[in-house]
Design a protein around this ligand. Sequence first.
Ligand code: AKG
Ligand code: FE2
Length: 324
Amino acid sequence: MPSATTTTTTTKYPPGTQRVSVDTPVEDIIWLLKRDGGVAINKFLDVETVEQCNREIAPRLDADKPWTGTFFPGETRRANAMNRWAPTYTKTQVMNPIYQAVVRHFLTTTNSFYWGKTKKTSVSLPQFSAATGIQIGPGAPDQEIHRDDYIHHKVHDEISEWVDERDLNSRETAVGLFVAGTKATKANGATRYIPGSHLWGNDHEPIEEEEKLFYAELDVGDAFLMLGSCYHGGSANTTTDEWRLVYATFCTRGFLRQEENQYLVIPEDELKEKHDRKTQRLLGWAISEPYLGWVDFEDPLKRLYPEEFQQGPADLAAGLNRDD
Ligand SMILES: O=C(O)CCC(=O)C(=O)O
Ligand SMILES: [Fe+2]
């Protein structure tokens, strides 16, 4: 059991990936992620909000060309650059308070290092990594099952259970949020994952045993939260006329590279105009303590708000970027 186990949590949730309501305490959601690797949340967003997201990304889905590589089946379409083109998506999914509380928990990195004779503590806060609206069309085969954290060259040891003291500061490099833009069913391509596979080592082959898979079947606005180390994939679409749309959002640790390069995706004037300060920070205009991400040895947001940032380079590591 995860180290934060309480008797109430263990008795409240039977074995197996859970579907919980949106008012479930975030501590329980975190506990379930440590136990199972994934959890579904009913009515995460209301239908009108999702329909607005769908309208905002529609031109990008329509403009997408069939995928020719092996990562996605050819019968899929994608919308990217959503933090530039889909403000409702950013506001309600990326910045969603439940998602961000989970991201903070799993992806904050705190370490202490000698600077001469004293040890200094640095806290690197999480950042946004990638957003893709993924449509799976009729006839698409299964996407190969995979771990999304292989982009970070993450090599995992096999463990029997999650232990905070050992795992919290380093095991995960990504937390995914999948929100249904249309109904997602096993028939039309729901994301499937292997429960418990977040505990597996790198050499543990992900053999798919149908009865052990969890298909994240979702109504519009439902969500599936998943640790980046879980084996998962989009599934085959065996329908003749349904296009499954799921929004896939990932955050990562503050000192890793973003998957979708927000510095090039969002022009600075649009960043300033479209997003509030908290969002700008999450999208990457922040220092990862102690010294990653500076411009002219200073806070990168000084580029957008020169009048507000009087601090000099010496303040960089002092935590001035946190949560403003
Ligand atoms: O489409 C899906 O359900 C999952 C897609 C996926 O796993 C990915 O793009 O990495
Ligand atoms: Fe994936």
